[in-house]
Ligand binder design. Structure first.
Ligand SMILES: [Zn+2]
Length: 144
């Protein structure tokens, strides 16, 4: 590979890096919007539950609303689970992970939590990355 080829390669790598970063930010914004949407839906459900409870309170003949309330609560569970998944997606985008014990954010390859000191389980994704790097090194050597 001659000098100019190297420069061209370097420039395209830099460009690729910038494009990837922009893509990541766009994705993160989109996920954050989805989280806010779910939060709005959860608030609506809270209001709905409160209204149902109050309406039953003022009713002369009380109805059994337990099942109805339970259904609304299950909807909140689903939305909250989705928010949890979205948060994980954002962490992955930023190459970060959360402490299993105290939920502190840290670099994906951290072995211990910087907040509580808990040992972090080995990250499967990180291991996969390391395997790729080893494979790359092998390929490079074979070229020479
Ligand atoms: Zn921790």
């Amino acid at each position: 590979m001659d000098f100019f080829d190297k420069i061209g390669k370097k420039a395209s790598e830099t460009y690729k890096g910038a494009a990837e970063k922009t893509g990541r930010i766009a994705k993160e914004t989109k996920i954050k919007m989805a989280i806010n949407e779910n939060k709005g839906k959860i608030n609506d459900l809270y209001k709905e539950i409160g209204k149902k409870v109050y309406e039953n309170h003022v009713r002369e003949e009380k109805q059994n609303i337990e099942e109805e309330i339970e259904q609304e609560c299950t909807k909140i569970d689903v939305l909250a689970d989705e928010i949890e998944d979205y948060r994980k997606e954002i962490l992955e985008l930023k190459d970060k992970k959360q402490c299993k014990k105290c939920n502190t954010e840290m670099e994906v390859n951290s072995k211990f939590c910087p907040n509580c000191g808990a040992k972090q389980p080995e990250d499967a994704k990180q291991e996969a990355k390391e395997v790729e790097i080893v494979e790359d090194n092998k390929n490079n050597k074979e070229e020479k």
